[in-house]
Ligand binder design. Structure first.
Ligand SMILES: Cc1cc2nc3c(=O)[nH]c(=O)nc-3n(C[C@H](O)[C@H](O)[C@H](O)COP(=O)(O)OP(=O)(O)OC[C@H]3O[C@@H](n4cnc5c(N)ncnc54)[C@H](O)[C@@H]3O)c2cc1C
Ligand code: SF4
Length: 892
């Protein structure tokens, strides 16, 4: 780069304060402010530069990449990118909810909507982009939304409440995220994609159609080549239907626009800065506009003729822009650093499906080999592009399983050939092929954290410089603080480097036990401890804490089954276990009786309905195919359970770190596609593993054929029927970090299946860390002796019985099955246990009147403070006599 200083670069500091104004407090604007603050402090210039950030949104910068987790309950505060105390410590003046409306480049000022005039010496545009809204009639009707900000999501959520159908315009990454959000809100979803395949930017034709199978498997309707011509409105003026050019009409209540992004360049355009023909503020490789006092970074910038719609390139631009400004202020020549484009390889979860793309996905070149694996039964598609003459990796597309992504990405970016046969890279750990190279085997230049462009070398350097755990490495490299998908790899790297340094990795459970959960389990088992006191006296110190007590309680419950409320066990449990119910936000509890396999008789349904009616409970079907009753007071739990137990119900353990449900479809009994009795198996599995205490909750499902209506692949263990028997999937997960389960065994008999599930669950219970779900546990399995990791290692232990543990694990499970007893039935039979169920221990007949409800859709819900204050909440229920253990109908 011959370019040194821009002729009009703002001059070096001359004694007056240099004023930097950043417009936009989004992901990149915030990153710019953080980096500038740090760089100025390092250069000793911070006191001479003021930094003001003007943001349009109400919220300070948040993780827009992970924004959809809003629907998993993640709040704006939890998504915030602004660390506590940063604003005060950095002295950056952050002004929110007041957008900049004009820029006066002659006067070097910006004016905000609230008419504040803010002068600048350097202006940084970080205004991001907005969703493209097609200019079709009806696009601005109530019920039509963008999908860009937390405010959009809140508005969308409020509107969708109680409505039936949603249409998303756009089948790219953002469109599919929006579609998943609408489904989460309970709507029937249609995805309209103008082109011939989903996610065209990331996927080739085969990858696009595999993704479509996944998306349709989730119950969404996909319409390709769908050209929207009009949004029809109803009599109320709101969205009513979407019409397509081919005459199709889709009736809908909600429309979400996500067909693409448009740079927010309106300010730049209005003040005469050059913008591209399709939008975007034109910048040079230092991210400077034609006006040397104005930079543009992130999605509002048109850099190297492109708008870079991912966060990592935006962060790279922020770094470049900071380096050039600081060099100019110091009076140094322009640094070498420049934005020359970015690797757009991506790996993401799209509607719960792993999707990754590396480099190019099609190349018309006779020297290019295309290797394609297409397995519709597992919904996995993998494609590799290799240069035939050199073996160099040019690109890859992965759908349904993206485990190979980090390695392929590093090979492609280094222009390196495959290290072994393609299948060993694409299917790490599968079959008898060579084991996949773990992260420790990756080249140093591999980018581990794409969000922050952190290489393996930087992470290893950080460990060698004293950062000896993941939080410390995150703190000094920023790796893992973006979308978070690299954290498992980061943890493995940290461990591997610590191992090389000979540093003992401290995995002690807590200050009271210098043992891992796994070691503690082995000790308790070997020494046959039956109480916490015995355990802490034998192998620990002190009196225990909130970390070790529930862990010991869980291990004891597995090895020496006893009632959770018996003896000193009662004091060890987590809050919910204490009362064998789930505490809800207003201090009331929910009650969930077990319904194995989702089956319930009409008589059982009637009892549940009567109990809910008599105790005034809110009822809702759960995702695990049972009925949850909300709003019970502590003192009501025994009377409620008395009625349920008398009717043959038992605890559903919805409160415990234990088996929740085994969902099922109706299978061969009723369904014309079913090939096995999925409900029968689900009932048998649920009855076998009910009450099994484990490091975290366990969920399961059984589907009667490959159509997978029970969603077994998203469970800790899931079973899918085949003509020949059953396929067993392990390590699946829904929630915030969805993961499809891995196949452990295929086409096995019912007897073999149960044996493998016994071993799998007991191996997990024995070896997983505290609060580690099976998905992360499975990812963490890595055995240097066998060279196997993940599901390959699990298969080695569970199926091949390579450690000779099989019989022991089965015996442990048999002991659990034989020792099972319903916790609620046992509680009702014992006055000591019942005495825990009082809100006011000294006045058992007093109820807690601070709990208030209001009515919504014919049922109660907790009243808000505002509703209580406004007098619109239901009156408090008066004190009632509560006879412990005696069935009693309460009137409300
Ligand atoms: C749902 C979703 C999922 C995504 N997933 C991924 C992913 O998996 N991987 C990935 O790399 N990227 C992803 N992205 C893209 C990523 O979020 C963006 O690349 C990133 O946010 C760009 O940062 P930015 O600061 O340029 O823009 P933004 O984060 O959009 O911030 C711009 C800010 O400027 C504000 N602003 C605009 N005009 C003004 C004004 N006149 N005055 C004051 N403030 C103004 C805006 O309100 C906004 O707060 C996703 C985006 C969305 C919406
Ligand atoms: S998974 Fe198969 S058997 Fe079960 S309901 Fe769906 S189509 Fe029928």
């Amino acid at each position: 780069m011959s370019d040194t200083r821009h002729p009009d670069t703002p001059g070096t500091l001359d004694g007056s304060t240099h004023r930097v104004v950043v417009v936009g407090h989004g992901m990149v604007g915030h990153r710019y402010a953080v980096e500038l603050d740090e760089a100025l402090r390092s250069a000793g210039l911070r006191a001479r530069v003021s930094i003001t950030v003007c943001g349009e949104e109400r919220q300070a910068a948040y993780d827009r990449v992970g924004m959809s987790s809003f629907f998993d309950g993640r709040t704006a505060e939890q998504m915030s990118l602004v660390e506590a105390g940063w604003v005060e410590a950095s002295e950056v003046d952050v002004r929110l909810a007041d957008p900049v409306t004009t820029i006066d480049r002659d006067a070097r000022t910006v004016t905000t909507a609230a008419r504040h005039v803010v002068p600048y010496d350097t202006l940084v545009l970080a205004t991001g982009s907005s969703c493209v809204v097609p200019p079709v009639p009806g696009h601005d009707a109530p019920g039509a939304f963008g999908y860009r900000t937390i405010d959009d999501l809140e508005r969308m959520q409020a509107w969708a409440d109680g409505r039936g159908t949603g249409v998303v315009l756009g089948g790219g990454l953002l469109g599919l995220e929006a579609a998943q959000a609408l489904q989460h809100l309970g709507l029937e979803v249609h995805v309209l994609q103008k082109g011939p395949r989903l996610m065209p930017a990331q996927l080739d034709v085969g990858g696009g159609s595999m993704l479509r199978r996944h998306v349709e498997g989730l119950g969404m309707h996909v319409h390709l080549d769908a050209d929207t011509t009009r949004i029809r409105t109803g009599a109320d003026g709101a969205v009513a239907a979407v019409e397509l050019a081919d005459g199709t009409r889709i009736d809908t209540d909600v429309v979400v626009f996500s067909p693409g992004i448009r740079p927010r360049d309106e300010l730049a355009r209005a003040c005469g800065l050059v913008v591209g023909p399709r939008g975007g503020v034109v910048v040079d490789e230092h991210c400077r506009t034609a006006d040397p006092a104005v930079f543009a970074v992130g999605e509002c910038a048109l850099a190297r003729d492109a708008v870079w719609g991912l966060v990592a390139p935006g962060y790279a631009m922020a770094k470049v822009a900071v380096a050039h400004l600081v060099a100019a202020l110091v009076g140094d020549p322009a640094p070498e650093v420049a934005f020359l484009g970015a690797d757009m390889s991506t790996a993401l979860k799209c509607t719960g499906v792993d999707v990754a793309s590396v480099g190019r996905h099609t190349l018309d070149d006779p020297d290019v080999l295309e290797l394609v694996w297409n397995d519709p039964s597992r919904k996995v598609y993998k494609k590799l592009l290799l240069r035939e003459s050199t073996g160099e990796v040019l690109g890859a597309v992965l759908v349904g399983d993206a485990e190979a992504y980090p390695l392929l990405k590093s090979l492609a970016s280094a222009g390196a050939p495959l290290p072994g046969p393609p299948e060993s890279v694409l299917f790490p750990g599968a079959g008898d092929g060579p084991a996949v190279a773990g992260p420790a085997g990756l080249p140093d230049a591999t980018v581990v954290c794409s969000c922050h462009d952190v290489t393996k070398r930087s992470i290893c350097d950080a460990v060698h410089s004293g950062a000896h755990d993941v939080p410390a490495v995150k703190g000094c490299t920023k790796a893992g603080t973006g979308c978070g998908s690299c954290v498992p790899m980061l943890a493995q790297l940290v461990d591997a480097e610590l191992g090389k340094l000979g540093v003992q990795v401290d995995r002690s459970l807590c200050e009271h036990f210098a043992l891992t959960r796994r070691e503690l389990y082995d000790v308790i088992r070997a020494r046959a401890y039956t109480t916490f006191t015995e355990t802490v006296t034998g192998v620990g110190t002190g009196r225990g804490c909130d970390i070790c007590k529930p862990v010991v309680a869980s291990v004891l419950a597995t090895l020496a089954p006893a009632h959770v409320l018996d003896g000193e066990n009662a004091a060890l449990q987590d809050t919910n276990d204490h009362v064998m119910a789930n505490m809800q936000k207003n201090g009331t509890y929910s009650v969930v009786p077990r319904m194995p396999g989702g089956e319930v008789t009409p008589a059982g349904l009637i009892v549940i309905g009567e109990v809910a009616r008599d105790f005034g409970l809110y009822t809702k079907l759960t995702g695990g195919q049972r009925i949850d009753m909300f709003g019970a007071r502590l003192e009501e739990l025994p009377a409620i359970w008395r009625r349920l137990v008398d009717a043959g119900f038992e605890s559903g353990h919805a409160y415990g770190k234990s088996l929740r449900t085994v969902k099922s479809c109706v299978g061969s009994d009723w369904c014309r596609y079913g090939v096995q009795d999925s409900t029968g198996l689900a009932v048998a599995l649920e009855l076998r593993y009910r009450g099994l205490r484990s490091p975290h909750k366990l969920k399961s499902a059984v589907s009667g054929c490959a159509r997978e209506c029970a969603e077994a692949q998203s469970k800790d263990f899931g079973v899918i029927a085949t003509e020949a028997g059953w396929n067993l999937y392990v390590g699946g997960n829904g929630g915030m970090r969805p993961r499809h389960g891995d196949v452990l065994v295929k086409d096995v008999s019912t007897e073999d299946l149960i044996r493998y599930v016994d071993r799998y669950l007991m191996f997990y219970v024995r070896t997983a860390d505290r609060l580690q779900r099976t998905s992360t546990w499975l990812d963490s399995l890595d055995d240097p002796d066998s060279g196997l990791s993940g599901v390959a290692y699990l298969r080695h232990v569970v199926v091949d019985d390579a450690l000779g543990l099989g019989a022991e694990l089965e015996a442990d499970m048999a002991r659990h099955v034989d020792g099972y007893a319903d916790e609620w039935a046992a509680t009702l039979a014992d006055p000591d246990r019942l005495s825990r169920f009082l809100s006011f221990v000294n006045a058992p007949e007093t109820t807690d009147d601070s709990i208030r409800f209001t009515m919504e859709r014919g049922q109660i819900r907790p009243a808000t403070e505002a509703e209580v204050a406004a007098g619109t909440a239901l009156p408090p229920r008066g004190a009632r006599r509560v006879s412990l253990g005696i069935p009693e109908v309460m009137s409300r």
